[in-house]
Design a protein around this ligand. Sequence first.
Ligand code: ATP
Ligand code: MG
Length: 457
Amino acid sequence: MALKRGLGQSLKFLKKNKKYGWVSAMEDIDSRKAPRGVRDILPAESWKWAYVLNVAAGVTAHFGYSEIHLPVFEHTELFTRGVGDTTDIVEKEMYTFTDRGGRSLTLRPEATAGMVRAALEHGLCGDRGQGRASKLWCWGPMFRYERPQKGRYRQFFQIDVECLGLPGPAADVEVIALSAEMFRRLGLKNLEVVVNSVGCPQCRPQYRKVLFDYFMSRKGGLCETCLGRLERNPLRALDCKKPECSSIADDAPSVYEHLCEECAAHFEEVKAGLTRLSFPHRLDKRLVRGLDYYTKTAYEVLSGDLGAQNAVCGGGRYDNLSESIGGPHLPGVGFAAGMDRIVMVMEQQGASFREKPQSQVYVVAQDDAGSCPEARGAAQVLTHRLRTKGIAAEQDGGDSVHAARSFKAQMKSAAGAAWACIIGPEELAKNLVALKNLRTGEQIHVPFEDVESHLKT
Ligand code: ATP
Ligand code: MG
């Protein structure tokens, strides 16, 4: 009933507004096509996405991060307060709608604010948001109303990693190292880590004032957007991509001369940590990132192979986000990596989307010309048994009836594995399996029942 009334009202509204151009544009909509800026990830590509996510799951597990699933829509206020109303995201990119109960909701444009909200709501960092660290990651679609182009969509996917509750620079280094390790495992080349500090509420007001005065003295050369938000947030003019603003921003006063003692020391430790772990990084005093919530560290990972949309990952510290959404003080640092762009760069660079051959064991049945079909049956049993014990095992696709391949052909297929388990008439007679180490060529005989215990040692 409610649906019927809703539909009726919408049609009446469309009719009433027919004189406006956009209504006739709506009538032209081809419902067999997805909306502009969103796309289907077809099976030809989706297996690559599965691979990237698998690598992400492995790296985050090794660094001690747990997966969390967050809703794709939240209260609009979470983003206006959390992300900040002078950001591009809040100013012009959000998909905001009113639900049937009259609430203003927004399709999440990013995951950090939702992550902090969830940590506060469920006390993941202790009752008052303090005392306990919480290391979380998630992945999923984000939504931003942007001009669609290569590497920029209105629905895109992010891998988001957040370390909550730790104020020290070691956490910043860990998060940056995690992203770099993820990209290393994915085989991405030609990447650059760019780092900066954006100060904190102690030192930023002073720097903002210096910046404001500087940009005001050059205001004739700035674009309209920068001019419009100069008073509210002069830092944003630093990372404006428009050429006219960019050359003015190049000569802007440096943040490094205005960091308070604590921020300067924090930044020094982050740089020292990255050097200790041998991560090459470049400093960029203009990197402020598009989000208001950053404090201290801001960083990006750029790809030399992405053209204009060159950031594969962006992140930093946001010690005041929790307070800005009404929570207690809760320090945090994290990053979001764009999956669409990761897959795109990997494709361009010819990176492999396959895991290294997982098959540790190849089970070979010595049954040339159908002389010992029982060996095939025993191979089938052994292969299945190994798989159920968590050992990756493969066997010849043939059986005693179909396309049984020769011993030699099977040994050739076994070449990628670490071990070959060979079962022939002699082994069958003594209930043994020949276990051949394919790296060293050594071979021993072990009882049929004991294969896995030998493999595990
Ligand atoms: P950009 O400068 O490219 O707009 P951003 O600073 O807005 O990036 P973040 O909010 O830091 O992006 O998001 C982290 C990552 O998500 C980016 O580095 C990028 O890889 C990816 N990303 C952001 N917006 C889009 C989009 N519209 N389409 C595809 N990927 C995106
Ligand atoms: Mg953006």
